[in-house]
Design a protein around this ligand. Sequence first.
Ligand SMILES: N[C@@H](CCC[C@H](N)C(=O)O)C(=O)O
Length: 303
Amino acid sequence: MRFTKAHATGNDFVLIADPQAQHPLDAEFTAAVCDRHFGIGADGLIRAVPAQRSEDGRTALTEAGLTSTEEAPLWFMDYRNADGSIAEMCGNGVRAFAQFLRAEGLAELTEGTLPVLTRAGLKTVRASEEGYAVGMGVWSFIDPELASQRASDSLVQAAGLEDPRPALSISMGNPHTVVALPDSDALQALQLHQAPTVDPTPPHGTNVEFVVPADPLVEDGVGRVTMRVHERGVGETLSCGTGACAAAAAVRVWAADQGVDTWRLNVPGGDVTVRFHARADGAEEVELSGPTVQVYRGELMAE
Ligand SMILES: N[C@@H](CCC[C@H](N)C(=O)O)C(=O)O
């Protein structure tokens, strides 16, 4: 089985093309491939499969009210975390996925964009100045009632944190819980090889982002935030695209500054940009942009 190793600001992935849907993934295979000692090593495994040829792809098509044909296949991003669990969405992964489809000659940009079907709906990827950008859809509070005071809906504790801190949970198709810290010393003191605890515990788990808003928060019209993340199903990663979007949304809420639409997130693996576009109904669309790099191609010897 041929594969490509890629990363987006250090969030790394193994990508495989499965045009005939002959290689359905399972948890054991995924965990073995992502193992950094006994496998290739990655934060996630991504399979590219024509949507109509995979069960999850067909479900996603139905949910999105879309069709996909042999002549015009819509590619489905079958995303798995390093521990083998399934995730609805991956913001860095979907950007690496578009680059992979193009490099494999499986898809092209049409009028500058490439649609990708995910478990969290249809996403549109375009080439951007930084590499690839993806329209992530609308962000939302996970618990609108608890979050209605627009401050916090849970408490998070983590190794290296003195006391539990209030957090705000946001959905980007997948779940995120964002915690603000006072300064970069507090951020560096965190030991994120251990999963933080979130109270109340979200039913499907959550990715936890720790953020330090810059001081001043906004420079040249751009909001700036430093972030570390513990990803559900992985551990600490060098970047998380959906996490960056959730973190920017939370900081924007806390700052009560809906006027700043562009945010630069500094993560251990680099920088990504998050942009908000208000819709007529008041909801806000989010776009994530950043670099994606193909590192090498290889052939998997043992299954
Ligand atoms: N790194 C990703 C998110 C991957 C999925 C996540 N671990 C989850 O379980 O929700 C990103 O760039 O968004």
